[in-house]
Design a protein around this ligand. Structure first.
Ligand code: SF4
Ligand code: SF4
Ligand SMILES: [Zn+2]
Length: 483
């Protein structure tokens, strides 16, 4: 097909994001770039270290002198791993080869899919063979969709691999012909789909999306529009509930995107709680709930079956003398965007105060619906021992998010206390206009510290050590940077 315009170049990850939520195709706002900044620092320092005789510290100093000690350690470790990986053979390493992009044309549309490589490695004893590497500083290697682009758009004698600097491995990028074709067909299909910015599908994908402050799911105050260059901080409800304990933990996660030392561990009790949440999310929306519950039980272990049945009975006990709630959606993400005056950094790393910073806080409700009189309702199921304890920061976050989203004047937040020894109960809090104004203030005060932390310097804010450290994913790194 003939096209006079150059083809529109698309990345697989953007198309996959549109598959999860069509509204994510629009322009976002300025979320933290720490991971990308470090990736660039690693890439240039690695090239320099390979050329300077392996002096990693000098290479990092020359290419990333703006880094604070915490991020510098991270970059230094990654570059050291890269030097070990690339220096062990007598291969020729070429950074940023001229043709550093591999493309595949869409068979019908004027679109090409693209994937980039950063290094070409050739064996001096076999010039016909070329290995093309992608530099990866996180845990994720190249996706299947991107692998399909690389393997389709290249000729014979070329192979691809991920230079996994965190793990210190070189992982081949390979697919069978069938896998490759399936992945390509999927991309062709996604590229042809209509982009509908109103078709929001909130979910875990929101934690990767840069439109959180702009798409409308987590609304800013009425009449306020977050700009595409406006600094934005994204946090989850559970993140901010840790704020009373230690600021570093949240700053490292939300501002500096630091890799965790350890993956989150889920205790047995917590795992059963999660399973119950999963099951009740399906059951609540079923026409015949008991039948749906019985069906769900078939897939769980006998021990879980007993616990789940007990929790379900307690749920039904609450429902039996309860205001009628019509459940609309389960596991639904709500939240809001606050605009707070604080720090921002420009492209040169210069920091100024007095900027309008958007802070988006997101939470996953167990269910949302309406009471009989139409009052919007959020339902939380609690299965732990202290399930009758109310955290008003949490209920305020729900109340503000739901009323802004629906432009409602009141909201009822139900906490269903199913765990523990006492009788199961519904703790129902209704927010009217006055309560909502207070809830907005509470959320604002809760989030206020975030915009006072240095946007680029991970050695700020300081840490605060306590019993909460046992569940922190940064314990090891944090210990090395306590003064
Ligand atoms: S934030 Fe969530 S709902 Fe909004 S566009 Fe992104 S993925 Fe979609
Ligand atoms: S280990 Fe403790 S002090 Fe360090 S960041 Fe985590 S919670 Fe804060
Ligand atoms: Zn209730």
């Amino acid at each position: 097909m003939y096209h006079s315009e150059p083809p529109l170049r698309l990345k697989a990850s953007d198309l996959e994001a549109i598959e999860e939520c069509p509204a994510s195709a629009g322009p976002g706002s300025k979320l933290p770039q720490a991971a990308l900044d470090r990736w660039l620092a690693v890439r240039y320092a690695l090239e320099e270290a390979l050329g300077n005789g392996g002096d990693v510290d000098a290479a990092v100093e020359a290419n990333a002198d703006w880094l604070d000690p915490v991020q510098r350690e991270l970059v230094t470790d990654l570059v050291s791993n890269g030097v070990v990986l690339l220096w062990t053979s007598d291969a020729d390493v070429l950074f940023d080869p001229d043709d550093n992009v591999v493309t595949v044309d869409h068979p019908e549309l004027n679109i090409e899919f693209a994937s980039y490589v950063q290094l070409d490695v050739t064996d001096p004893h076999d010039q016909g063979k070329l290995e093309r590497l992608k530099i990866k500083t996180g845990k994720q290697g190249t996706s299947t969709a991107e692998a399909a682009i690389l393997l389709t758009g290249s000729g014979a004698g070329v192979s691809f691999a991920d230079l996994m600097l965190r793990d210190g491995t070189i992982d081949p990028i390979e697919l069978s012909d069938a896998e490759r074709q399936d992945a390509l067909d999927r991309l062709y299909d996604l590229a042809g789909r209509e982009r509908n910015l109103r078709d929001r599908r909130p979910g875990w994908q929101c934690y990767r999306c840069d439109r959180i402050a702009r798409c409308g799911q987590y609304p800013a105050p009425v009449g306020y529009k977050v700009g595409s260059r406006q600094r934005t901080i994204r946090v989850s409800k559970s993140d901010v509930l840790h704020l009373g304990e230690c600021h570093r933990r949240l700053a490292w996660k939300a501002l500096h995107v630091m890799p965790k030392d350890t993956e989150d561990e889920t205790s047995e009790a917590a795992a059963t709680g999660l399973l119950f949440h999963e099951v009740i999310a399906i059951v609540l929306l079923a026409d015949d709930r008991d039948a749906a519950f019985a069906k769900e039980l078939e897939r769980v272990s006998p021990e879980d079956r007993d616990v789940l049945s007990a929790l379900y009975d307690r749920h039904k006990q609450i429902e039996s003398d309860h205001v009628v709630v019509e459940y609309k959606l389960t596991e639904y993400q709500v939240g809001s965007t606050l605009v707070l005056e604080g720090l921002d950094a420009d492209r040169n790393g210069d920091v100024r105060d007095g900027a309008s910073v958007a802070v988006t806080v997101m939470a996953r409700t167990d269910a949302v619906g309406r009471e009989l009189d139409g009052t919007p309702t959020v339902i939380e199921h609690r299965t732990g021992k202290t399930s009758d304890r109310i955290d008003e920061r949490e209920t305020a976050l729900y109340a503000v998010g739901v009323t802004r989203l629906l432009r409602a004047e009141s909201v009822a937040v139900h906490q269903h206390s199913l765990g523990g020894e006492g009788e199961p109960q519904c703790i129902r809090i209704v927010y009217d206009a006055d309560d909502l104004a207070q809830a907005e203030k509470l959320v604002e005060n809760l989030l206020a510290p975030l915009v006072t932390w240095h946007p680029l310097d991970a050695s700020e804010p300081s840490c605060s050590v306590g019993e909460w450290c046992t569940t922190c994913p940064y314990q090891e790194r944090c210990e090395r940077f306590r003064s």
